[in-house]
Structure formats: C-alpha cells, structure tokens
Design a protein around this ligand. Structure first.
Ligand SMILES: Nc1nc2c(c(=O)[nH]1)N[C@H]1C(S)=C(S)[C@@H](COP(=O)(O)OP(=O)(O)OC[C@H]3O[C@@H](n4cnc5c(=O)[nH]c(N)nc54)[C@H](O)[C@@H]3O)O[C@H]1N2
Ligand SMILES: Nc1nc2c(c(=O)[nH]1)N[C@H]1C(S)=C(S)[C@@H](COP(=O)(O)OP(=O)(O)OC[C@H]3O[C@@H](n4cnc5c(=O)[nH]c(N)nc54)[C@H](O)[C@@H]3O)O[C@H]1N2
Ligand code: SF4
Ligand SMILES: [Mo]
Length: 888
C-alpha cells in the first residue's frame, strides 16, 4: 500500500487571495447536517473567521442555512477543555493516555475483550472512525463499538441490507430536482436539511414538482408542500403497504424490473392486512397520495427519523423500499427511495463499519471470509467474530457492570440516549470512563474519570461522506487550542500504548489511504464500497467526490437491477405493519420528539451564539388546543410531563400543528441549559428488534399543569445556576437570559435575586408584593449587569429589548418593555437579519405584502440563508386568512 505524505497546510482546490489582511480562504465542509455543504472559511488573523457557502461545492453551490452561516460565531475557545484531566485535575497527555490503555488492557485481561466498549459518533471524521473501529474489532477483538448512529440511521441500514444485500443509498440529491413527485416521510427537511430543502423548493418553482409531506405534525416543511398527510403516529408501515397493494391492483408494477426482484407475492400478501382506517387519513387524502405516487414514474421517497426512530422502523423502511423495488423506480435519475442521513458523517461511519454489527467497508462481521480478509489486511492479532452490543444494550451492560471500561467520543449520551437519566447513572457508576469532547462541562463529560480535549471543527483535518455518498474534505483553518488533539490521534495513541502495531500514521491522509486500500480488498469480495481509486488521490486538494465514480455507475445504484444479495436480486420484505403499543390511562399521550431549526442536538456549539438562540430559546411542549383545554394548560405556562422513566417541565405552546393526543417536544436542552427540559429522560429504551434503534418519537407520557407559584425572567452578565424547579438559559449579547419558575416561593426575594446575580445586591427594586410582582436590577459603574422580573403569571416582557439593555445604562429597565416610541419587534423569525414576528406582521398588514419575496424586499427577512422562508410564508398566509375571516 502506498503511504502518503503527511498533510501540509492546505486551501483545497484553487487558492484564494487573503481577505482584509487575513490568511488564505480555506475550503472545508459544514460540521452539522448530512447535506454536507461546502464552506469557505476566511480567518481574519485576529481569531475571527468569515464564513461563506462554497459556490463550487456540488451539494450547496454557495448556499448555507442559518446554522452554517453562523459557524463563525461558534469558534470561540473560551471555556474549552484545553488539556487532559484525570478526576478533574490537569494531567499530561502521556499520563492520561497511559491510564486509558492500562485500564482497557486490565479490564480485557481480567474479564475478556467484551468487558470494554467504545461509544462513538456520526460526527467523527472518517479517519477518526476508521481508527476506532480498527482498534476495537481487529485488535481488542470485540465488536463493542457502537455509535449514536444507532439512534439515527440503524433502521435504514438494516432495511437496506434486507432489501439490497448491502447498506447502500441508491440515489443522489439531484434526484430530488429531477423528480415529478417528492414524498417526504417523517422528515422535517426545511429545518433539518435546509439547503437540500431549498434545492427542492427551487426545483418545484422551476418545474412544478409535487411535494407531499407525511408527518403527524404540520411542520415548516408543509409550507412548501402540495399535500400534507397528517397520518396517525406510526402508521407509515400501513400507508406504504396500502401503496404496494394499490400499485399492484392498478397494474403499476414493473414487468421489466420483476426479474430483478424477489418476494413480491409474500410482500403483497402481508400488505393486504393493512387497512385504510389504520392510517388515520381521510379517504380523499389517501387516494390523492396513492394516485399521485402511482402515476409518476419519477418519484423520490425521502425518509428520516419519523420512520427510523420507531420500534418497527426497519419494517417501515422496507415497506417504502418494497414500493420502489416493485415498480423499478430506483437508482435512475429522478427516482428512488432516499434515506437522508442526519449527521455530517453518518454515512462515513457506515462506510468504515462503525456500527457494532458491521465490519468495515460494508463487509459483514458474520462472514468468515470477510473477517479473514480484513484481519489479513490489518495484520491484526484477532478479529471480532460476532456483532457487539448495540447502543441501548451497551449502556444496559454498563449499568449492570459488565462493561468495566468505556470510552465515549464526540457524543453526549447522558442527554440523547433514551432513558437518559438511567444512562447517566450507569456512566457515573462505571469502573472507568473516558470522554473526548471540546468541553469538560457536557452532561456526559462531567461523569468521566478522564476528560480528553479534542480538536473541533476548523482545527482538524479529515473527510466526511454526506447523504448522497459524496466524500468531502474538512480542512483545518485554525490552530489547535491548548493541548487539544484530534480524535484519531487519541485512539491511535491508546492503541499503541496497549501494545498494538498498525496505529502509527503521521496524519489523516495516511489513514484515508489505508481505508481506501481496504475498500479495494472489500471490492474484490463483492462490496459496493470500493474507493480504492482514491488511494493515491491528492488528499490535501481532494475535491468532493461521489462514490461510486461517475464513470462506473453514474453515481447511482440498482437502476441496472444488480443488487448485492446472493443471487443479485433485490428483495421485497413482507411487512406486517403494526401501530405503536396502545396507550394506557396512566400515560395517555404519545410524546413526539425532534429538532428545531436553529439548534444542533445538545447545543454545545450552536448554543454559543445569540443569533441561533433567538428563534426558540426554551424547551417547550407543542400541544393541541383541545388537549390544553382539557388539561387546563394556559399558553406560556409550564407543563409537567411524566413517563414511567422520568419527568420534565416544559413551556406550553398551544398549536393545532400537532394532533390531539400527540404533543411534540424538542430534544436539545441539557443539564447545562435547562435541567428540567431534557426530553430523553422521558423516552423508554424500547428498540426495533431488527436494528436496535430506539423509538425516540413515541414516549407514552402523562401531562399536567406545573403548579408554579411564580414565573421569572432574568438577564445577566453572569452565568448562574438558579435555585428553582425550572430554568432555561440562552445566550444573549454580553450575557445570558433565563426563564425561571418554581412551585415554592423563596423566603426573601431580594436575597434570592442577590444569589442569582452572583452576590451583587439589587441596586434598584420595584415590587408589589400584594400582586406577587418583584423587579430587581443591578446597575454598577453606570452599566446594567443584571435584571430579574418575577410575577405570579408567565411574565409578559419584551425579552429582546431587555437583553439588548445589558451593558447599557439600563434606563427604564424595570419597565420591562421599550418606550412607546420603540415598538417591540417580537420573537425573532429571521435570525440572519434579526427580524421579529411583530415587525413582519406589521409590514404584511400595512404594506399589503402577499409573498415571501415581497417581504424580503421590504424588510430583508428571508433573503440571506433562507432558513426562515417556510415560517415567513406561514405568517403571511395566516395573516391573510385572518383578514379574510374577519371580512366574511
Ligand atoms: N436544525 C437541525 N438540523 C438537524 C439536526 C439538528 O439537531 N438540528 N440534526 C441532524 C440529525 S443527526 C438528524 S438525524 C436529522 C433528523 O432530521 P428529521 O428526521 O427531519 O428531524 P426530526 O425532527 O427528528 O423528525 C422528523 C419528523 O418526524 C416526525 N414524526 C414523528 N413520528 C412520526 C411518524 O410516526 N410518522 C411520520 N411520518 N413522521 C413522524 C416528526 O413530527 C418530525 O417532524 O436532522 C439533522 N439536521
Ligand atoms: N428524544 C430524542 N432523542 C434523540 C433524537 C431524537 O430525535 N429524539 N435523535 C437522536 C439522533 S438522530 C442523534 S444523531 C443523537 C445526537 O446526539 P449526540 O451525538 O449525543 O449530540 P451532540 O450534541 O451532537 O453531541 C456531540 C458531542 O461532541 C462534542 N464535540 C464537538 N466537536 C467535537 C470533536 O471534534 N471531537 C470530539 N471528541 N467531540 C466533539 C460536542 O461538544 C458534544 O458534546 O441524538 C439522538 N437522540
Ligand atoms: S444545510 Fe445547513 S447545517 Fe446542513 S450542511 Fe448545509 S449549512 Fe450545514
Ligand atoms: Mo441523527
């Protein structure tokens, strides 16, 4: 195998002139979602970095969503973990790495290789991932390496393998632009894959693509759709079974493709058990969907967590794949099933075999010749012979003391695993835990014996693979802060200290070349993942490339009817669809969970910038007006949500976007940002039997009003942990804002405020105890440091205005709202240009605006990254609808 030279500082592709006296512009890739947008990063030489979309990257052609556009605001190293720590005390890398090696080796010697585990992440770079997988499966000899992709893509992986014989995404993004019908199932594409959504919306305006959204919730994605099917939660298997029957009954199955697939009869027989009533859809809507799908040759079915995160997720995936296989609508321009990956390198993780039940390069752990080939290539002493523990089982084993040493890299399971409180307890109780992260303060890192400082985005080099199998480089453009080191280096160092050879790469280029060479071996065994033509590639200059190479396969799979199963035929899988477990009177609601537009998972990066915290600044429960009425939940009060596993307190957001009985809560808040707002303490560890993926979208819960004696809002330059039952923190310019509430009153408000203000006593006070109203502010040296507003009811204040007063003279702060000459802009909708809802509604009303473009021309809203365009459209539509209703 050819060894490549160590990386030199790169720009990647065409060098660009330095801007503003700064350093050269670097081409890299966004570290957030699986769209994998190209980014141009221009450090200014003073610690700042200008971020732009890369016009030459095929995934985004210069576009970025609001999270990507705000990347430059998330690069501060303030508060970063800058050196290894053991039991909280700084330690040298040598000491920390030796300790991990000793503890891992010791556990293996005493209890066998299955007594240790790695829990990794779809956000690791391919090179990091490759090294971790190699260590665990080839050298430690256990497959106890699993990844947060288990919570994310596992059902898609399992469904692909059942249908295609390999975990292969057949299509490309371009297919969404070439299709006549695009169906989005369980995908909030507008918020979660915004640039791909923008590409779809552009295609829709250009060629009239019909867009259908299937989601029990009316999401922002529905604003750009022709049809929204608010199906019964979990009914997707029934829906696609009905589609298969409809296709058959209407002569839509492909005779040409039939010789290339098996199992149509059994799949149809199983599908016949699904009844229209199971879907919860009106006959008319169901019919529209079935006929549209059937009549359009060029149809793409995009699916995401509404499908995967279910205890029948794999079956649902196969119910979708069945329809595409039966009609031959797969792997051809403008048609195919499309599982969009969530994390930036979820796909790369699948390529290296990062899941506990995969080997490497799409090879199978159960297959002796695959194992022998990989072992031969690695020249490794041993090889895992059977699948390891999948995430939920892994943390169960941690809890039961079967895992003696655990290393967690680039993920925050104490927040994001189902049954999160129990997972946190298990981590705390484990004999030995190491965590690699940017921060020592994450909910997970706090529980570790050893904390290792990782280099973050902008500081490290490697590759990621996006949802369409496009490999792109992430390139460093900032120096590593303190002693931070890349994840691959950390793992390789521990491997060497455990006495293993084959871990002495000089840099990620060599690791990539080794991975590419192994994929060549895999290719000779029939694996589709063969990127061996990249072994000699110019790693530093590597341009984004889709595998397989265009010349061989046109960048798509299976259009030619060749699958990776034995016999080479695609498999329809019989799906006996079933709805989620019935609810009980004790827990009569089914809690749906997911993402918001401007935050990334546990907010350790996106939560750093005020810009991204303005859109939705607090954990909330979106609940139907009928349910809220029945439960006595008033708008903006708090709800107590309880499951057999735990309890959360969430802000009540009453909305008919969710169905009765099926409220929604976002997943982002943590012990750092809102300890009572963590939704995964509610989610049970129920998993899909085939894939092991948890059912994160349907936690049975009960809901009641939280009996708050008082509500509060505060802004402060400090960073307190308030002493009350509910608090949620968000960054604002110059400090933080806090939402507060409690079921009990403090003995003395002034004392409580002083504690909140970090010991500074209020300098001004306004109180009316008879009405439970208290307002305090601290102004020192002519500057507002902090302010607290307390009331018996949810405090109605102009929050943006108050946050803006920090550091000013704070004039009139205790009034809580701007003077009459300064209108309150309301909650922020357009985060890029900072345009609030009140401003927008006012402009729509006074200027008679009817389109998002007109609004953009008037206010600028929606004209930068475009992430808010679906919401702007909804606001405009709602205004005009109200107007019409008022006129009638
Ligand atoms: N802004 C933002 N974007 C992200 C992320 C982020 O944290 N923030 N994370 C990234 C990651 S890792 C992932 S995996 C993706 C996830 O991307 P998505 O899967 O699009 O996002 P989710 O919000 O998890 O869930 C999608 C939808 O599934 C719906 N749903 C729930 N139950 C059902 C059901 O039974 N049937 C159907 N059809 N739908 C259902 C929910 O209402 C929700 O709207 O997003 C990626 N992009
Ligand atoms: N209820 C519910 N739960 C869910 C989901 C849901 O929809 N609902 N979705 C699930 C899904 S799809 C996913 S993907 C998971 C995501 O869940 P997680 O992966 O647990 O969440 P993140 O916040 O992305 O965690 C990444 C961690 O890596 C750290 N980090 C950042 N950069 C680096 C780096 O370069 N190196 C290292 N070593 N660390 C770094 C960050 O600070 C952070 O602590 O959540 C899952 N949990
Ligand atoms: S859509 Fe947004 S978050 Fe996703 S890769 Fe592109 S810029 Fe990043
Ligand atoms: Mo994910």
């Amino acid at each position: 195998m050819k060894q490549m030279k160590p990386p030199t500082p790169v720009v990647g592709g065409m060098p660009r002139p330095p801007q503003d006296g700064g350093e050269a512009t670097i081409r890299t890739t966004c570290p957030y979602c699986g769209v994998g947008c190209g980014v141009l990063a221009s450090p200014d030489g003073r610690g700042g970095v200008a971020i732009k979309g890369d016009p030459d990257h095929p995934a985004n052609r210069g576009r970025l969503c609001v999270k990507g556009a705000a990347l430059g605001e998330t690069l501060s190293t303030d508060g970063r973990l800058l050196s290894p720590r053991i039991a909280g005390a700084e330690a040298s890398w040598d000491t920390a790495l030796d300790l991990i090696a000793t503890r891992f080796s010791g556990a293996i010697a005493q209890h066998g290789p299955d007594a240790v585990a790695l829990y990794v992440s779809g956000q690791l770079l391919t090179e990091d991932y490759y090294v971790a997988n190699k260590l665990m499966k080839g050298f430690i000899g256990s497959a106890n390496i699993d990844t947060n992709s288990r919570l994310c893509m596992a059902s898609s992986v399992a469904g692909h393998r059942r249908a295609f014989g390999s975990d292969t995404v057949p299509g490309q993004y371009e297919d969404l632009e070439l299709a006549d019908v695009v169906v989005l199932v369980g995908s909030n594409l507008a918020w979660c894959h915004p640039v791909l959504h923008q590409r779809l919306m552009a295609a829709k305006s250009a060629r009239g693509t019909k867009v259908i959204v299937i989601d029990p919730r009316r999401t922002a994605t529905c604003e750009g759709a022709d049809l929204h099917l608010a199906l019964a939660p979990g009914a997707d298997g029934h829906l696609f079974n009905l589609l298969l029957c409809h296709l058959f009954d209407n002569g839509r199955l492909s005779a040409d493709f039939a010789p290339h697939v098996t199992g149509i009869d059994v799949a149809l027989a199983a599908a016949r058990h699904s009844m229209p009533g199971d879907t919860g859809l009106s006959a008319a809507n169901l019919e529209r969907f079935l006929t549209l799908w059937a009549a359009s040759e060029k149809v793409v079915t995009v699916y995401s967590q509404g499908i995967n995160q279910s205890d029948t997720g794999t079956d649902k995936v196969n119910a979708i794949l069945n329809c595409h296989l039966a009609t031959g609508r797969i792997g051809k321009p403008g048609m195919g099933p499309f599982s969009v990956t969530g994390q930036p390198n979820a796909m790369g993780g699948r390529e290296v075999g990062g899941l506990a039940n995969m080997l490497a390069c799409h090879l199978e752990i159960e297959n002796p010749s695959h194992r022998a080939a990989v072992q031969g290539f690695w020249a490794s002493p041993t090889m895992a012979e059977r699948p390891g523990l999948k995430a939920v089982d892994m943390f169960r084993a941690v809890k039961e003391g079967r895992i003696k040493a655990l290393w967690i890299l680039h993920t925050n399971p104490a927040v994001t695993m189902p049954d999160a409180a129990r997972v946190a307890r298990a981590i705390r109780a484990c004999d030995f835990v190491a965590v690699s992260d940017l921060w020592a303060t994450t909910d997970t890192a706090r529980l570790a014996h050893v904390q290792l400082p990782a280099t973050g985005w902008g500081e490290k080099d490697g590759t990621v693979t996006n949802s369409e199998r496009m490999i792109s480089r992430q390139r460093a453009f900032l120096p590593a802060p303190g002693q931070a080191r890349p994840d691959w280096w950390q793992v390789a160092q521990v491997a060497r200290r455990m006495g293993f050879s084959g871990f002495d790469w000089a840099g990620p280029a060599e690791i990539f070349a080794e991975h590419a060479a192994l994929s060549g071996v895999a290719g000779t065994l029939g694996s589709d993942f063969d990127i061996s033509d990249l072994v000699d590639a110019d790693y530093d200059g590597l341009a984004p490339v889709i595998w397989p190479q265009a010349a061989q396969k046109g960048g798509r799979f299976f259009g030619d009817g060749q699958f990776h199963t034995q016999g080479g035929r695609g498999r329809l899988v019989p799906v006996t669809a079933r709805l989620p477990e019935a609810l009980t009177p004790d827990h009569p609601f089914r809690l749906n969970t997911g993402r918001v537009r401007d935050q990334w998972h546990t907010m350790t990066r996106s939560g750093m910038t005020p810009r991204l915290s303005q859109h939705l600044a607090e954990p909330y429960l979106e609940i139907h007006p009928g349910d809220a009425d029945r439960l006595g939940l008033a708008p903006a009060t708090l709800a107590e949500v309880e499951s057999p596993r735990g309890r959360a307190i969430l802000r009540v957001m009453i909305s008919d976007r969710v169905a009765p009985g099926h409220p929604f809560a976002p997943m982002h808040w943590t012990g750092e940002t809102a300890p009572s707002g963590r939704v995964d303490v509610l989610v049970p560890g129920l998993v899909d039997a085939v894939s092991g993926q948890p059912a994160s979208k349907s936690a049975p819960v009960s809901i009641r009003p939280f009996a708050a004696r008082w509500y509060g809002f505060a802004v402060t330059t400090g960073d307190p942990r308030p002493d009350c039952a509910y608090w949620a923190k968000a960054p604002v310019a110059g400090g933080v804002q806090l939402e507060l509430a409690c079921h009990s009153l403090p003995d003395n408000w002034s004392t409580w405020a002083t504690a909140l203000f970090g010991g500074s006593a209020p300098t001004t006070t306004l109180s009316d105890p008879s009405r439970g109203l208290y307002r305090f502010a601290v102004v020192t040296e002519g500057r507002l440091r902090a302010a607290l507003f307390v009331a018996r009811d949810p405090v109605l204040l102009a929050r943006g205005h108050l946050a803006g007063l920090i550091g000013t003279q704070g004039q009139g702060v205790l009034a809580g709202r701007p003077g009459s000459n300064q209108p309150d802009p309301g909650i922020t909708i357009c985060a890029c240009l900072n345009v609030g809802q009140n401003t927008i509604l006012d402009a729509v009303a006074t200027k008679g605006l009817v389109s998002v473009d007109a609004l953009g021309a008037a206010l600028g809203a929606g004209t930068n990254c475009g992430s808010c365009r679906p919401e702007l459209a909804a606001l405009i539509a709602r205004h005009h609808q109200r107007h019409r209703e008022a006129a009638e």
